[in-house]
Design a binder for this molecule. Structure first.
Ligand SMILES: [Fe+2]
Ligand SMILES: [Fe+2]
Length: 397
């Protein structure tokens, strides 16, 4: 048993003496004694109250100038009895099934007992985690770009007015798709147990990327026009199935692996066929962001599929279900398809339009090939991957 002494002088418990008491108690072990000396008024009474509150015993002073003797309790303060460590602070300290009672505590914090359960729907590591998610978050944070500085807004525009109209039509379609692509990760970011904070942070950055995409597409569309183009029932019905998908894994497959994966090709196509340098740079930067969104979708689903033999069947079913739901809708509107042809053609000369049409057909094939490759990387065989890719929405996203 150790016996330590703390000297409070005139300091009262109302004015910070507790800090000195806790500091003196911290290095002691349960059962050790702390002799408290001090001359503040009513210190004896207040010392007893302090001891009760913090889970220590308190004896009367046993010598001149001693107001009391504290006997260190089990925990450092009664309120910390039953406290627990919320996993390890680093990524390798993740707890696979963290309890809801840890709430918003950062991973690795010392969590006081008694918090009512939170209700984070995504509370199992295997459902959300990717092995390199911390590195993916840091790369995404480093890759954020400033639309004001990164885009040459004043680049010359020399293309015909009808090509500009086609571009505005495509941009209108893109913005609508970006809006769905913002809402989905934002929704799931709010459902991730904070134990998996890197996943939550990465989804938040993904939503921020989409906010930036909406900004640059809108700003480009309004550079030379006062209004946007068309919003169609078929396009919106397709996107609505993404918003309505409550399951993170299935939404990730449909949005990131299939939709955003197809969009990487679309943005690459628009980069190549952009009528001006401003549009070209917008498409290049947004495609880089989209590739990251696809990479996270792939890495967490591939990890999940390794751990859960039933996942692939559920993913396949989600694709089939969505295809059925959209069976009677038009998918991509013909105006967008034609606008892509015009952009690739660059003019309305018949042979240019023919080349543009070929280029769009090639784009559709590239998108399909990309989807098949990713589905195979998730574990589907070639035939099944081809089948499932073919069922993907005609809206691309
Ligand atoms: Fe986007
Ligand atoms: Fe995206």
């Amino acid at each position: 048993m150790t016996r330590a002494v703390v000297e409070l002088g005139l300091l009262d418990l109302e004015r910070g003496a507790a800090i000195l008491l806790r500091r003196a108690l911290a290095p002691l072990r349960p059962g050790d004694e702390l002799v408290v000396r001090g001359t503040a008024r009513e210190l004896t009474v207040r010392l007893r109250a302090f001891a009760r509150q913090e889970g220590h015993a308190c004896r009367d002073g046993d010598g001149p100038g001693i107001v009391g003797v504290l006997v260190r309790g089990e925990a450092m303060g009664a309120r910390w009895l039953g406290a627990e460590r919320a996993g390890g602070a680093r990524e390798d300290g993740v707890v696979a099934a963290p309890p809801q009672r840890w709430g918003l505590a950062v991973r690795g914090a010392w969590v006081e007992a008694g918090l009512p359960d939170f209700a984070f729907a995504l509370a199992e590591q295997d459902r959300v985690w990717a092995d390199d998610v911390g590195a993916q978050y840091r790369a995404a944070a480093a890759a954020q770009w400033d639309p004001a500085l990164a885009i040459p807004w004043d680049a010359p525009r020399t293309h015909p007015a009808e090509v500009e109209d086609a571009l505005v039509g495509v941009l209108t379609y893109l913005i609508e798709n970006e809006t769905a692509a913002l809402i989905v990760p934002a929704k799931f970011a709010a459902q991730v147990h904070p134990q998996f904070r890197e996943v939550m942070q990465l989804l938040a950055l993904q939503a921020a990327d989409e906010a930036r995409h909406i900004e640059v597409f809108s700003r480009r569309a309004l550079l030379a026009r006062e209004a946007f183009g068309l919003s169609t029932v078929g396009g919106q019905l397709s996107l609505r199935t993404l918003l309505d998908e409550p399951d993170f894994e299935l939404a990730s497959l449909l949005l990131s692996v299939l939709g955003e994966g197809s969009f990487v090709h679309l943005l690459g196509f628009l980069h190549v066929h952009a009528p001006d340098a401003c549009t070209a740079e917008i498409m290049r930067l947004t495609a880089v962001d989209e590739a990251r969104h696809v990479a996270f979708g792939m890495s967490h689903l591939a990890r999940h599929a390794r751990l859960d033999a039933g996942l692939l069947a559920r993913l396949a079913l989600a694709i089939e279900r969505r295809h059925d739901a959209l069976r009677h809708s038009a998918g991509l509107n013909a105006e967008v398809f034609d606008a892509l042809v015009v952009l690739a053609a660059g003019s309305f000369a018949p042979d240019a339009i023919a080349r543009g049409h070929d280029a769009v057909q090639q784009l559709v094939q590239q998108m399909d090939a990309g989807r098949r490759t990713r589905l195979r990387r998730l574990g589907f065989d070639a035939a099944r991957a081809a089948e499932l890719s073919a069922l993907h929405t005609r809206n691309f996203m």
